[in-house]
Each structure stands twice: as C-alpha cells, then as structure tokens.
Design a protein around this ligand. Structure first.
Ligand code: APR
Ligand code: ZN
Ligand code: ZN
Length: 363
C-alpha cells in the first residue's frame, strides 16, 4: 500500500512509497483504512527533531477512516465503524484516566509509539506518535480510535483528531476562558485558528490574533478574531483593549521560546499564558525570579487540548453541527498523498490553515 515515510530525522522530505505493509491487527487492536488526514505542524516537528520520533516512520497523526479489521477481544469497535484516530489513547484505568486528565495518560501511547506498525521495503517502521495516518491503512490499539456518526464527512472528522481538539480544547478545557475576557493568540495555523474559535465559543469579548504572515490576518477575523495584526503592531490593540495592561489570556500556538516569552509578557498581572505550541527540548524560556512572584501570572502547558477525546470529539461535533464551530473554513487545501512534500513547503512558509489529504472512498 501507499504511505509517506520519513527515513531519518533531519530529512527535509518524506518518501511516498507503494511497498509499505501494515502489521496486524493483533489482540486489542483495529485496522483502519484512512479516508482523510490533515497535515499538522507536528509532522514537520518530527522531521526536524523537535518532537522525538524513532525512524523510519510513517508520518501523519490527524486522521479519520473506516474500521476494516478488528483483532481478538475488541468489543467496543465494530467492522465498518467510522473513527477518528487518537494519538493519546486513554488506557482507561491509570490515575490520569480515572482522575479526569486522560490526555496525560502514557500507558498506551508509549507502547504504541515504540511498536513498529509497518514494514517498509522489508524492514520494520514506526508510525508517528503511535499512529501514522499518511498511509492507506493503519493499525491502532482500540483505545486509539473514537467512533463517530457515519454522516460526518471524512475531512471534517480528520481535523478533530489533532488541530481542532488541541486548539479549541486549549481555550475551553485548559484555560477555561471566561465570558467577557480579552484573549491574545500567537500563531494562526490550523491549531491557532481553532484556539480563536474556542475563545469565541467561550464568550471572549476581544480576541487579538497575531501572525507574521499578513494573509492570515483576514482569515483569523473570519474565525472570530476581533483584531488581527503582525507582531510589530500588537501594541495598538493591546493599548486599545487593555489600556496597555495586558490580556486576560495569551495562547502561544507556534512552539518558539521568543513567542512563549511574548505571550507571558502580554498577559496582565494575574492573567494566564498558555503554551499550546510544541517546542524543542534544548530550547529554554527565561523568566526572572521576581516576575514569577510579583506578576502572579499563570504559565500553563496544554497537550491535546487537555481533552477527554471519548466525550470531547462528540462535543466538538455538536458545535460543528450547530454551526458554531467552522471546520469547513479551516480546510485551505485538498490534496493527494503524492503532494505531501509540497504541503510541507507551504506549511513552512506559514501559508496554510489546514491541508487535507484524501485517500478516496465514500465522502
Ligand atoms: N510570529 C508570529 N507568527 C508566527 C511566527 C512568529 N515568530 N512563527 C510562525 N508563525 C505563524 C505562521 O505564519 C503560521 O501561520 O504561526 C503559524 C503556525 O501554523 P502551522 O505551521 O500551520 O502550525 P499548526 O499546525 O497550527 O501547529 C502550531 O501547535 O500542536 C502544535 O506542534 C504544533 O507547535 C505546533 C503548533
Ligand atoms: Zn490511562
Ligand atoms: Zn498535530
């Protein structure tokens, strides 16, 4: 079958090959024919070493598809089910799963990530983040899929699997944005646009979007930003909205030390800066000892939208069905897997919101 393979960390391109095989499903696993998969910045981050990933690996982690085989002992998921792929599969029994933070569960994620799921040219290969959705078929632990209604279009379902749950969840689950508050969002890719929508849904009074790519600014307004500026012009809306004081919340949705620092600097005393972007382990953000105490700000990380995907995917789909979450508008490009390296180039230039790869099959 066809899949996009990263041979080694540091490679600037992936190889689209026809000779990839998928292994399984074994007990407790399912095989899913991927119908649509979004291109997320984390795929690039696996290529350049920002996010650790053993190689060779099939990239892609934001996908949806149809269950085409079920392994022994799988009771909850059936052949033909439509599912969203989950890259933090909740084991259901650990302290995080039982304590309301299943997005922090590592029980299944680590084993899925360290099990070669594919065979490429006769050698074992991993799936990125334990998934590998840039492939016609993937094998996943049963906890790594959530079944959804069959009338949801594949491309809409795929987006939920990473960018949308991460971004909307950052606003509504991690920050719990209060109605009437002021919000700043750094970075308007797919995840940033989802943060903007989450803040809008939560009832933020002002949402200021910041991106260095001018073309993103009008698009950000479409998703609910009340102001949108390049970084050099942030002072204007900051003064107008907060009298220079700073925002109630700032979200960093890029993964760079300087923008994390800027997010922290641009929240008011007592406000909350939320790190959504995935940065490199070698890079550090400096905060001085006095400001940590004196400013009483909260600096908070969030992974996978601090979500419980077993319920939050359905919640997000209800918002979409009610017309309150714009997912169609987030799809800037539709493409075939053969164009994946061009999609990465576009993402490096900051020009895409979400590019979605289609594998065929019924809409
Ligand atoms: N200042 C302002 N905007 C910037 C800067 C900067 N220094 N650097 C990048 N950007 C903008 C880009 O122009 C682009 O619009 O940030 C946006 C990033 O968007 P994408 O590359 O599409 O990334 P996305 O998929 O949204 O992911 C964002 O969230 O989940 C994490 O790993 C993911 O760290 C990544 C982040
Ligand atoms: Zn768990
Ligand atoms: Zn992602």
């Amino acid at each position: 079958m066809r899949a996009a393979v990263l041979q080694a960390v540091g490679d600037e391109t992936v190889e689209v090959r026809d000779d990839v095989e998928v292994v399984g499903p074994g007990p407790g696993e399912v095989r899913v024919a991927i119908r649509a998969t979004g291109v997320c910045h984390s795929d690039l981050s696996a290529m350049n070493g920002t996010i650790p990933q053993p190689t060779p690996a099939v990239l892609g982690h934001e996908g949806a598809g149809e269950v085409v085989a079920v392994g022994e002992g799988v009771g909850t998921i059936k052949l033909g089910d439509h599912v969203i792929v989950v890259w933090v599969p909740p084991c259901g029994t650990c302290r995080y799963c039982l304590g309301g933070q299943p997005n922090l569960c590592t029980q299944v994620m680590y084993s899925a990530g360290l099990t070669p799921r594919f065979v490429v040219g006769g050698s074992p290969a991993y799936g990125f983040a334990g998934t590998g959705t840039f492939a016609e078929e993937v094998v996943l632990p049963v906890q790594g899929v959530v079944a959804i209604d069959k009338d949801v279009p594949w491309e809409i379902a795929s987006l939920l699997g990473c960018g949308v749950v991460t971004g909307v969840g950052a606003a509504i689950n991690a920050a719990k944005v209060r109605p009437g508050s002021s919000v700043l969002v750094y970075g308007c890719g797919g995840v940033g646009m989802a943060v903007i929508q989450g803040a809008r849904i939560a009832g933020a009074a002002e949402i200021v979007a910041v991106d260095r790519v001018e073309a993103k600014l009008d698009q950000a307004r479409r998703f609910g930003a009340t102001h949108a500026v390049v970084p050099e012009r942030l002072g204007g809306p900051k003064d107008e909205i907060t009298e220079g004081d700073g925002f109630d919340y700032a979200f960093e949705v890029i993964g760079r030390p300087e923008t994390i620092r800027a997010a922290y600097d641009n929240v008011r005393r007592g406000g909350t800066a939320v790190v959504v972007g995935a940065g490199r382990a070698e890079e550090t953000v400096e905060l001085n000892a006095f400001e940590l105490f004196y400013s009483e700000k909260t600096l908070k990380g969030t992974i996978y939208g601090s979500a419980d995907v077993r319920t939050d995917f359905h919640r997000l789909l209800r918002l979409w069905k009610a017309g309150r979450l714009d997912l169609e508008g987030m799809i800037s490009d539709r493409l075939d897997l053969s164009k994946i390296n061009e999609a990465f180039a576009k993402m490096r230039a900051g020009e895409a919101i979400r590019q979605v790869i289609h594998f065929g099959g019924a809409a």
